[in-house]
Design a protein around this ligand. Structure first.
Ligand SMILES: Cc1cc2nc3c(=O)[nH]c(=O)nc-3n(C[C@H](O)[C@H](O)[C@H](O)COP(=O)(O)O)c2cc1C
Length: 462
């Protein structure tokens, strides 16, 4: 008999006024709340009590630009701007919750590996193993580079090559600088840590140079749960090599199933097991006691993003100003060194799709995944069909109007139906990795275990 898969539940958030769509003006929006720590604490507590596995924070240093300048809409309409740094709120959220995991996005382009490793290790200690890292090469790259004074920009694939080296450096510090029993804290012998059990990390490659001993002793998970989100061809290869959880924005069961198969096949070719990678999809659920009410809510929501705002958001992600292109341009002919996920999504959907068609679709769906609308039973049916038909392991709810009302509707109306069908329940274990994969440490098949603290002594040069 086929056992029904437990659906992992997460929430997709950004620490800005709206969460993706500029919805902060709506009565259910959070225009006045988003920068209050208590708002996030209360939200985390609600999700924790409802049995959610994790709260995921997308994040970027940058903002959308057109022609190198911030378009008026960004500030005037609050399009993913302004924003606070979610990492700084995590300890407060963890302290107020018991089981909920937290995933924080941090880019490999402008950060430094050692600082990133130390921050996430500290968070793993403070949260008692409930932290994950969404490893991204980064969106809004143009503005981020300006803010950080970066003048040398890598190609799209080069950024992923650099991200491999970045993550390897972090993994060496997390997994190989301290033996499991190196931290002894022996007062009588006056030995805090056994120096013989510490190892010096040495990295010196085309992208990173870092040497030394990690300052943070082993933490409950050692490595934060590794999430990944870019789904271009190179992004998928990165995920198959490194990620433990991949975040996709599924659009149809068929395309999501193909995506899941592709990533898992690639993982197997890398010596991993298919089940080493959990796939979670973004999902916007609009649920109400009757179908008519749910559809009315959905229609209200679709009115919130104007075409100009949509174009600005699209440009922020891809670097492409669609309004300045011939509407007859084929999507397959677009190129960018910024995010390729969106363009490839449309090109895969229909190779003949034109630039003029994208904005209409993007305006109502933006960067979201499956759009599920209906009564609690209908929504639960569709979620089960998506999970069972695609091989996806979990969903990340995308709130509609920005505030917690959408989660509350889901928690009150849909969770009981899914629970009744044995599809959701309290998270397994106390660490985020246990919630996702059942074990507290990186799988034995992960390449982190084949790395060592030191680089090979010397690569012969002829
Ligand atoms: C679903 C999804 C979520 C993402 N979330 C973030 C994010 O929060 N912050 C960020 O800087 N980049 C984010 N990205 C950008 C990617 O991680 C990646 O850096 C960018 O899309 C370029 O890679 P690609 O061509 O593979 O898409 C996201 C991408 C996708 C597809």
């Amino acid at each position: 008999m086929n056992e029904k898969k437990r659906i992992r539940l997460g929430v997709f958030e950004m620490m800005n006024p709206s969460n993706g769509m500029p919805t902060w003006t709506h009565p259910e929006g959070r225009g006045d709340d988003w920068d209050r720590l208590d708002y996030w604490v209360e939200l985390a507590q609600e999700l924790d009590a409802a049995g959610f596995d994790f709260l995921f924070f997308a994040d970027t240093y940058g903002y959308a630009t057109l022609g190198g300048r911030m378009p008026e809409e960004v500030a005037a309409h609050g399009i993913q701007f302004p924003a606070l740094d979610p990492m700084l709120a995590i300890t407060a959220l963890a302290r107020a919750t018991e089981n909920l995991g937290f995933v924080v996005t941090s880019p490999t382009t402008v950060e430094r590996p050692y600082a990133t490793a130390r921050r996430f290790a500290s968070l793993d200690r403070f949260t008692q193993g409930r932290i994950g890292w969404n490893v991204v090469t980064g969106s809004s790259q143009a503005t981020t580079d300006e803010l950080f004074g970066v003048t040398e920009t890598l190609s799209h694939d080069g950024k992923y090559d650099a991200a491999d080296s970045f993550l390897d450096t972090c993994l060496k510090y997390w997994e190989h600088s301290w033996d499991d029993d190196a931290e002894v804290r022996d007062r009588a012998r006056r030995v805090y840590a056994d120096p013989a059990k510490l190892h010096r990390v040495e990295v010196d490659d085309a992208y990173q140079r870092s040497q030394g001993i990690f300052a943070v002793p082993p933490t409950p998970q050692r490595t934060p749960v590794l999430f990944q989100a870019g789904t271009s061809d190179r992004g998928r290869a990165y995920a198959a090599r490194n990620a433990e959880a991949v975040f996709i924005q599924g659009q149809t069961i068929e395309s999501a199933a193909a995506h899941v198969r592709d990533i898992r096949d690639q993982a197997v070719r890398n010596g991993r097991r298919a089940e080493d990678i959990a796939v979670v999809t973004g999902m916007t659920v609009t649920v109400a006691p009757t179908r008519a009410e749910a559809e009315a809510l959905r229609a209200e929501y679709e009115e919130l993003l104007g075409r100009d705002d949509a174009a600005v958001m699209f440009a922020g992600i891809t670097g492409l100003d669609l309004t300045g292109l011939d509407p007859e341009t084929r999507v397959v002919d677009l190129t960018t060194d910024l995010g390729q996920t969106l363009i490839q999504r449309y090109a895969r959907q229909d190779p003949e799709m034109r630039v003029g068609d994208i904005l209409d679709q993007f305006r109502t769906k933006a960067i979201r995944g499956f759009q599920v609308t209906g009564t609690p039973e209908e929504v639960a049916d569709e979620i089960e069909a998506i999970i069972d038909g695609s091989g996806i392991d979990g969903i990340m709810l995308e709130p509609t109007f920005g505030g917690p009302a959408a989660y509350r509707a889901f928690i009150d109306l849909v969770v009981p139906v899914l629970a009744g069908r044995g599809r959701v329940g309290a998270p397994e274990g106390s660490t985020l990795r246990e919630h996702i994969s059942g074990t507290p440490r990186l799988a034995a098949t992960h390449r982190a275990h084949r790395l060592t603290a030191s680089a090979p002594a010397h690569t012969p040069v002829d």
